[in-house]
Design a protein around this ligand. Structure first.
Ligand SMILES: NC(=O)c1ccc[n+]([C@@H]2O[C@H](COP(=O)([O-])OP(=O)(O)OC[C@H]3O[C@@H](n4cnc5c(N)ncnc54)[C@H](OP(=O)(O)O)[C@@H]3O)[C@@H](O)[C@H]2O)c1
Length: 383
């Protein structure tokens, strides 16, 4: 295992951390962790030097924390940095903070959390945390030693990230969605660089975009882009090594769901290092990025010049979902997201073809027609 500096904390963490959100399950039921297999996977990784384990209140229908508490018996707790997160959506008052945290200590069978995160921060959760005086509470826990390091995970726009990063002086670390296809998404590369510059440890989550960057049967264009390289890396290894190459990244969390993935990612971690990628390798990643992007049906750059739509259609959000569902061949998930994450009056079929958006679009996208196509794809109804 390779170890890396963790921001200004003086700690060394393993290049690979274990994300306990995608453990193997029984009967396809996320709440039923396959405990014998998952225990063997986690302990095997720790035996090989992995020293960072990430869980959260909500993972596996609230079964991940209690499971991790059991796995870390028999001397394993002392071998790892344990991370869990305050479930931001359950915090309604200052008192909730202590109540939820105590439950987590019980579930995890421990008297302290090494890395404690405010979970999935966005603009709304941030405002709420300030209202309930989260830092008064967290600083008490830090002083008492029940929390050793305080950080946050994040899912929102870069501007919100910047506000949160600079909105509190004593963050030790942050956890960001980052991979070679998300360089400009959410906090993005800009956020990674700024956090590292401020001395925070930077934990990367979704390094394989939840598995999409490591599919068994990639689109021909993507396979072709990889095939021009001399490296015999798997798609997963390419994505992981691209991240480990960057000095600002402290560790990668991978949510591994089989023993084979654990072994592969441990081996990748043992080969990892800052500056390992050659010019040729960077050229390969650029080709692969272009190959994936070339699969997107709409050339939308999310500039939002088209907004607001006078009829309330969420044009860039719809195109983003449409593009990603097509690129990564996830039509069913795209349809679910379209159903669950958009209100009826935000969907593409609210378009009245006024054409205002097309006049404003710098990419000259035929928005009216593309909205029809997106709606058809995301509902399964004919265009
Ligand atoms: N705080 C937050 O808001 C938040 C949000 C997301 C994630 N997280 C944390 O970050 C962790 C990492 O994110 P993630 O689970 O999305 O990571 P990821 O590495 O992007 O995706 C994990 C998936 O990638 C596939 N995979 C992993 N290793 C592979 C390999 N060697 N070869 C082929 N496929 C491989 C598996 O997919 P299959 O199961 O399909 O094979 C696995 O389930 C999570 O587990 C969780 O702990 C936190």
């Amino acid at each position: 295992m390779k170890y890396r500096n963790f921001g200004n904390t003086g700690l060394k963490v393993s290049a690979l951390g274990f994300g306990c959100m995608r453990l193997p399950v029984v009967d396809g039921d996320s709440g039923k962790i396959d405990e014998p297999l998952a225990t063997a996977m986690l302990r095997n990784a720790i035996d090989q030097g992995l020293n960072y384990v990430d869980t959260a209140w909500t993972y596996h229908s609230e079964q991940s924390e209690p499971f991790v508490g059991r796995v870390l018996q028999d001397g394993y707790r002392e071998k790892v940095n344990l991370a869990t997160k305050m479930p931001s959506w359950l915090v309604k008052s200052h008192e909730d903070l202590e109540r939820l945290f105590k439950t987590q200590l019980e579930r995890l069978q421990t008297d302290h959390i090494d890395f404690y995160l405010l979970h999935a921060l966005n603009a709304g959760y941030w405002d709420n945390y300030l209202k309930v005086r989260v830092f008064d509470w967290a600083e008490r826990k830090l002083a008492e030693g029940q929390i050793r390091h305080l950080g946050f995970s994040f899912h929102d726009r870069y501007e919100v990230f910047n506000k949160i990063l600079n909105g509190y002086d004593n963050w030790d670390f942050c956890q960001l969605q980052y991979n070679y296809m998300d360089v400009d998404e959410q906090a993005g590369k800009r956020g990674v660089l700024e956090a590292a510059e401020k001395g925070l440890g930077v934990i990367v989550m979704e390094p394989l975009r939840g598995g999409k960057l490591a599919v068994q049967d990639p689109p021909a264009q993507v396979a072709e882009a990889f095939s021009q390289s001399q490296r015999d890396w798997t798609m997963a290894e390419w994505a992981l090594q691209w991240l480990w190459d960057q000095p600002e990244v402290s560790l990668l969390l991978s949510g591994m769901s089989t023993m084979e993935q654990v072994e592969q990612n441990l081996q990748s971690a043992s080969r990892s290092g800052v500056g390992n990628l050659s010019e040729d390798d960077h050229a390969t990643v650029s080709r692969v990025q272009q190959a994936w992007s070339g699969l997107a049906p709409v050339a939308c750059t999310n500039c939002e010049y088209c907004m607001p739509c006078p009829n309330g259609v969420q044009i860039p959000r719809i195109f983003k979902l449409y593009n990603e569902s097509v690129m990564y061949d996830r039509q069913r998930r795209g349809q679910n997201a379209y159903q669950n994450e958009f209100k009826d009056d935000q969907r593409a079929d609210m378009c009245v073809e006024c054409g205002q958006c097309e006049e404003l679009c710098p990419q000259s996208i035929q928005i009216i027609q593309q909205l029809k196509d997106a709606h058809a794809y995301l509902t399964g109804e004919p265009a």
